[in-house]
Design a protein around this ligand. Structure first.
Ligand code: ZN
Length: 405
């Protein structure tokens, strides 16, 4: 994928850094808050899109979560290496291309570009490694080879034996019965004959008529989804990186399988913490392409909505909560943005120091953005004589919340 340039992120005064509390994040694996205090460099992997349709607010809320996380690390003076994949060959993409008669690569390219444009408009930091499945075929086949005897053949497809990994199940904390209940709904094939265990997952799929495939030492085929992310993450971040992120619907099977495959191949842990964002609903159901109940970022932009209002609307909900989008979310965010912008236009204001400390405290506590927004609200209601205040608040709100005033 071509390099992706995101927004410039202001730096925080190093003096303020020393005052920042330790960053704590909710880790799905341990089921508790854990410290995130990388030394020097923080390494983040976030699962990317399958580019067959435009980005909806549920996606945006997930990427925003990990944008906030990076801003916390950056504010502490760390380097942040961020890797994101794009699943540019997979069933939903091929099915959509088939249904509309469009070339699948043209569809993937167009939707990938739209995604990047949406993300940049929302002031998301760009990944340093933005990597497609198609350009990672060799990485995937190498990793499958490293899985050795934990991989077996069903017809010409290759499967990973999940019981080759003693720690299988530890990421999502689900028992086998609960795993089986969701595996089929989330891309798995529990009923396929010939598998050692219903939960075993596809790592290399032999060619189907009319579908693209690549020659490889494993035979012709294309990558399974979980191994794609394991291979890309290991290549660009190594083992035991700081955070594996995504929506809560990825905890199982996707993150469970990727981590298992990586553990078996390397003998080391895949990631230190697994952080999951909640689901955004509309009309009483989770926002999803299959249900067709989407609010698209690009549609809001085309309607002239300020992307900073969209960002504020998302920030008003804690990342771990499941919540439902209403038009009033946007109305309230527009009002808030107007109030904040009016406040920073004042020639003088209350000193920014206390607000910066409040922002750092809220966001260090498992990225509590709603509390951070309330802290800015409180500052805007104060009067003061500090002529630097507005500029300092602008910089802090951009650095920590990604909202440009
Ligand atoms: Zn992934």
């Amino acid at each position: 994928m071509r390099a992706w340039t995101g927004p410039e992120i202001p730096t925080i005064d190093p003096a303020a850094r020393d005052e920042m509390p330790t960053l704590r994040l909710h880790d799905t694996r341990s089921g508790s808050l854990v410290d995130s205090a990388p030394e020097g460099t923080a390494r983040l992997y976030v699962c990317g899109i399958t580019p067959y349709d435009a980005t909806h607010l549920g996606h945006a809320a997930t990427y925003l979560t990990f944008d906030l996380l990076q801003r916390q690390w950056l504010a502490r003076g760390l380097d942040v290496v961020y890797t994101q994949n794009v699943t540019d060959v997979d069933d939903p993409l091929l099915e959509r291309a088939e249904a509309t008669g469009e070339d699948w690569q043209a569809l993937a390219e167009r939707e990938t570009e739209l995604f990047r444009t949406d993300m940049t408009a929302l002031r998301m930091r760009a990944p340093q490694h933005y990597v497609g499945a198609v350009e990672s075929i060799d990485l995937v086949t190498d990793l499958v080879a490293r899985l050795g005897e934990s991989v077996y053949r069903v017809d010409d497809d290759l499967y990973f034996d999940v019981h080759a990994d003693a720690a299988f199940g530890s990421v999502s904390n689900l028992d086998e019965e609960a795993m089986r209940a969701v595996f089929g709904e989330r891309g798995g094939d529990p009923d396929r004959a010939g598998k050692r265990d219903p939960l075993d997952c596809l790592v290399w799929q032999a060619p189907r008529p009319g579908e693209p495939s690549w020659e490889s030492p494993l035979g012709p085929g294309r990558p399974g989804w979980h191994i794609e992310c394991a291979a890309i993450a290991l290549q660009h971040l190594g083992t035991d990186f700081d955070v594996q992120g995504g929506g809560s619907d990825l905890a199982f099977p996707h993150h469970e399988m990727s981590a298992s495959e990586a553990r078996v191949a390397t003998g080391e842990e895949f990631a230190r913490a697994f952080v999951h964002a909640g689901m955004v609903g509309l009309d009483g159901e989770k926002m999803s392409k299959s249900k067709g109940n989407l609010v698209l970022v690009s549609a809001l932009r085309e309607a002239g909505t300020d992307p900073m209002a969209v960002r504020l609307a998302l920030l008003a909900h804690h990342y771990r909560s499941d919540w439902e989008w209403f038009d009033t979310d946007l109305t309230q965010a527009k009002d808030r943005l107007r109030r904040w912008r009016t406040a920073v236009e004042r020639p003088t204001g209350a000193p920014a120091g206390a607000l910066v400390a409040d922002l750092a405290a809220a966001l260090s506590d498992d990225l509590d953005a709603p509390r951070a927004l309330e802290a800015v609200d409180a500052w805007t209601a104060l009067d003061g004589t500090d002529a630097e205040a507005s500029q300092e608040v602008r910089a802090a709100v951009d650095a920590l919340l990604g909202v440009a005033l």
